[in-house]
Design a protein around this ligand. Sequence first.
Ligand code: PEP
Ligand code: MG
Length: 599
Amino acid sequence: MKEPAGTGDGTIRLRGVGVSGGIAIGRALVLEGPDVAIFRLDLPPGKADGEVARFQRAVRRAWRQLRDLRDRVRNEAGEAYGRVFEAQILILRDRALHQETASLIRREHVNAEWAFHTVVGRYTQVFSQLGDQALRDRGTDIEDVEARVQAILTGSRKRHDLSELTEDVIVVSATLCPSDAAGLNRERVIGLAIDGGGPTSHTAVIASALGIPAVAGLRDASTRVRTGDFLVLDGSEGVLLNNPGEEETASWRDRRTRLAQRELDLMMLRDQPAVTQEGVRVRLQANIELVEELLAARRFGAEGIGLYRSEFLYVRKAPGFPDEEEHYRTYRELAENALPNEVVIRTLDLGGERYVSTLLERREPNPVLGLRGIRLCLRREDMFRTQIRGILRAAAHGKVRMMFPMISVLDELRRARAIVNEVKRDLLAQRVPCDPDVPVGIMIEVPAAALTADLLAREVDFFSIGTNDLIQYALAIDRGNESVAYLYQPLHPAILGLVRRVVDAAERAGVRVSVCGEMAASPVAAVMLAGLGVTELSMNPAAIPPVKQVIRAIRMADARALVEETLRLDTPAAIEALARRRVSELVPAEPAAALGSRP
Ligand code: PEP
Ligand code: MG
C-alpha cells in the first residue's frame, strides 16, 4: 500500500516527551476532548435522596463497565493491562468519594453531576500540585473514572471507540484516558500524540507495553492538527511534525527502517545472557513503579526488578494511606509475577520533590533536604510498620528483598532494622505466614552514606547506589532544575570516586552492590560502572537491550583499563569524551552518538 505524504507547506514542529519509542508516519485522527459541560442545578425540596440514589446507580453501572473492560482487556492483551482498570475500580469503590458526594448532594441540595465533579476536583487538585510528574500522572485515572460516571449521569457523552478503525492512524488527543488507550485497535493505531500526560501515566505504560510509538506533553497539538493531516511522530525523541515535505519524510522513512532493524536486533538479545567476552555475568534488572510495568520489564529481558518504587501505592490513596492488605496484595502480585526472578521493594520515598502535604507537619523550605524517605518513615512509624508487614508477608510468595531509601547515617539503618525485627516477631507470634529472612539493604544516594559505606556495609545484605540523588547531592544541583542541568554529570570524577568507594566497601564486607540510578541506562556509563566493579545494573526496561549489547561486546579488563585511564583526566567532559570514544571502539557497529545521550 502506498504510504501517504505531506506537501511540506508550513510544516509545524511540536516537541513533547517521548513516552514510547519508535517512529510512526501516517494520517492523523484527532479525537474530540471531553465535551460535557457540568452545571450546578438546585434540587427541588425533598429530592436529595432520589439524587443520591441516581448517583449510586451511575457508580454501580460504571463499576460494571469497568469490570467488563478489565476482563476483556485481560483476555485480549494480558493480565497486566487488566490491572490498569483494577486501579480505576479501586478509585470507584473509594468510600470517601461516595460519602463526600452524597453528603454534598444532601447538604447543598445540588445535582449529582455537580457534587461528584466538585468532590473529584478536590482530589485531582491534590495530584496536580504534586511536584513529581509521575505522581501527577496518577490524576489521569481519577479523571477517566469521573468522565465515565458523568457520561452515565448525563447520558450524553459517547466515549471514543477506537476498536473499529479501518485504516492506519496516528491518534491525536488532548488527553487519552487509559480506557481509550486499551480499547484501541492495535493493528490500526500506529502512533499516539497526546497534549497532556507524562512518561509514567497509565496511557504511556499501555502504549509502551503494546509497542506503539507515543509522545505526551505536546500541549496544544490536538488544536493544531486536523484529522487527515499528514504526520511524523518520533516516540523516542518526543517530536511531532505536521505536514513535513517529501524530502524530510523520506529521511524519516529511512530512519524508521533503520530503527526497526536495530530494535529487532536488540530484541533478539532478549533471551541472551548479559555476559562479557571473557564470561563475566552482569545482572540487568528493571526499575518500575507500577505492577503492570512487569510486562515491559519481561519484554525487554529484565532479570527481575532491581527497584520497585512503592510511592504510587501511597499517592493513589492520598490523603489517606494504603492499609496492610493493599501493601500485601500489591507486593505479592509483584513477587509472584517476577518469579523465577527477584524483586527489590523500596520502602516509601515520599517527601523531597515528592511533596505530599498531608504526611508532613509543615511545609518545608527545602523539601529535598527535608523529611524525605527513611526520615519520614521513622517519623511516621505506624505507617512504616504497615508497609513492612505487607512486604514480609508478600515475601513468602517469591524472591523479595527490602530496601530503605535516603539512609545518611548508621542510626537510621539500625532503627529501621529494629522495626523490621519487631514486625517480624509480631507476625511470627501471630502465626501470620511471612518470610522472616528477607534480605535488607539500603540505597546509597546521600554522599555521607557513600563516604561511610564501610560502616554501613557491616549491617546490610546489599547496597543499591541511587545515582540520581547521589549526583544531585554530591554536585549540589537540583535534579529537576533545567538551569543547572548542564552540571548534571554522572561521569564527574567525584561521582566515579564515590561509586568506587562504595564498591570497595561492599566487596570487603561481602555484600551485593548494584546501581539503580538512570546512569545505569546509558551504555557508555554502564561500561564505566562495570569497570568500577558493578555487575548489577537496574534501569528503565527499554534501556536494557542497548546496555546488554555493549556488555556482551566488551571485556571486563578493557572496562577496568578505561576507568583507570579516565581517572587520570580532570574534567567530566574529557572523561565522557574518552569513554564514548573507547566504547565505540569496543562496540564497532555502534557510532558513539547512538550510545545514549548524556547518561
Ligand atoms: C536514585 O536516586 O538514583 C533512585 C533510583 O531513586 P529515585 O530516582 O526514585 O529517587
Ligand atoms: Mg533516590
